[in-house]
Write a protein that binds this ligand. Structure first.
Ligand code: ARG
Length: 406
């Protein structure tokens, strides 16, 4: 005889059906062995755990498509060189817990050293530590001297990031190597960036040919591709090269937005973190060069976000947590609504659309029967006030309590 199934039944004031954008009143959400069974109490055995969350609104567990769980916001610039390699993996443990406690039950970790994101995923999935479902990328792949190389040391140190690849053949080989050790998504660095030393945000660092080589290999292996790109030329090369999501996407013009729509490329625009960097970056040791680049790019990116939303591009929720402290991910919802989204659009970016961009529709980002039993509960009306997500009243992942109200 198989072991008895474990069922959780949660009643609440309402449940947000993210597909229709409507509330379902007085739901009784049934989750058995980690998966949603029904919204109306049906299928619940008498020995289930029954919990009442009066006045609360249930929303599918949130998805952040751009985090770095091993990054620490208050250790910036050269200060990071004072820590031993495994320090970052160790810090991934509390960071993962802070993230899931904030209601983000799924994250895409787009780059970490030492396959630390694969390690975190293994430990979380086996229930040894607390954290979200992780879609790991392993190391970010990019050019010598590019945004994802290690540019902090003089040549005598011979510091080269393990994700460095030049030319289509090396790109293909790095993709295969990443997958061999557990990557479930591939991250490319197509332009310079804010926090890398000696790069400009505008410069393109991978050719369309290199990007296409990586994308073809990744897609052949069943992996999606995320490309970091701020400058317009790099964004266009990434879209034309076939990537699935463009990260940052700061310099968008009408033609590039049109291309993104035509190719079905999703845009993951981290428009909250600029506030944190400009307020705390200097104190945290962020390079003066990076602060200058943040001042250059922050408002431009927010204006691009508004244009992309107005044009109907596919938008997904990605914050670059690590630039700001993990667990504050939901602060980006407010900025998204300030720059053109309705609350429902912002919520869909972090649920339905994110799941689609992960290739995990029906599994996460929804509470439809069959999906993982992941939800966040807030007190109030999130379709009127997205800042409610900044302080969730309850969080459940896979039918298990992460945050349980007393
Ligand atoms: N990882 C990105 C970079 O270094 C972060 C950009 C943050 N700034 C922003 N306005 N989104 O380029």
């Amino acid at each position: 005889r198989p072991a008895a199934a474990e069922t959780l039944v949660v009643s609440a004031a309402r449940l947000l059906d993210v597909r229709t954008g409507r509330y379902v009143a007085d739901p009784q959400l049934v989750i058995t062995d980690g998966r949603v069974v029904s919204w109306d109490g049906s299928g619940a055995p008498p020995d289930a755990e029954f919990v009442d969350l009066p006045g609360l609104t249930l929303v599918p567990g949130l998805i952040d498509m751009h985090v770095h769980l091993t990054g620490v916001a208050d250790i910036g610039g050269y200060r990071s060189l004072g820590y031993t390699d495994a320090f970052w993996t160790v810090m991934g443990v509390p960071n993962a817990e802070a993230t899931v406690r904030a209601g983000f039950t799924t994250v895409r970790n787009v780059g970490s050293d030492d396959f630390a994101d694969v390690a975190l995923r293994q430990a979380i999935d086996e229930g040894r530590i607390i954290g979200p479902r992780i879609v790991p990328a392993g190391y970010a792949i990019g050019a010598t001297g590019g945004h994802c190389d290690n540019n902090f040391l003089p040549p005598s140190y011979q510091a080269t990031a393990p994700g460095v690849a030049n030319g289509p053949d090396e790109m293909k080989a790095r993709v295969k190597w990443m997958r061999k050790y557990g990557a479930e998504v591939i991250k490319l660095c197509a332009t310079g960036g804010v926090f890398s030393k000696g790069t400009t945000v505008g410069e393109q660092q991978l050719s369309e040919e290199e990007i296409r080589a990586a994308v073809e290999t990744a897609h052949m292996l069943g992996l999606k591709v995320a490309a970091h790109a701020h400058g317009n030329a790099g964004i266009r090369a990434a879209i034309l090269g076939g990537v699935d999501t463009v990260e940052h996407a700061s310099y968008l013009d009408e033609e590039t937005i049109r291309l993104a729509k035509e190719h079905g490329t999703a845009l993951s625009m981290d428009i909250y973190n600029t506030e944190y960097t400009l307020a705390e970056g200097e104190k945290n040791g962020v390079l003066p060069e990076s602060l200058a680049k943040e001042r250059q790019v922050g408002q431009v990116q927010r204006d691009s976000f508004r244009k992309a939303v107005e044009a109907g591009a596919m938008m997904i929720f990605g914050t670059d947590a690590a630039i700001y402290p993990h667990g504050l991910n939901a602060r980006q919802f407010r900025v998204m609504t300030e720059y053109g989204m309705t609350p429902l659009q912002a919520i869909r970016a972090a649920t339905l659309s994110a799941a689609q961009a992960l290739g995990r529709e029906g599994q996460v980002g929804t509470l439809d029967p069959g999906a993982f039993g992941d939800f966040v509960a807030v007190s109030g009306d999130p379709l009127a006030d997205v800042t409610l997500f900044e302080s969730p009243a309850a969080v459940v992942k896979g039918g298990a309590w992460v945050v349980k109200p007393d």
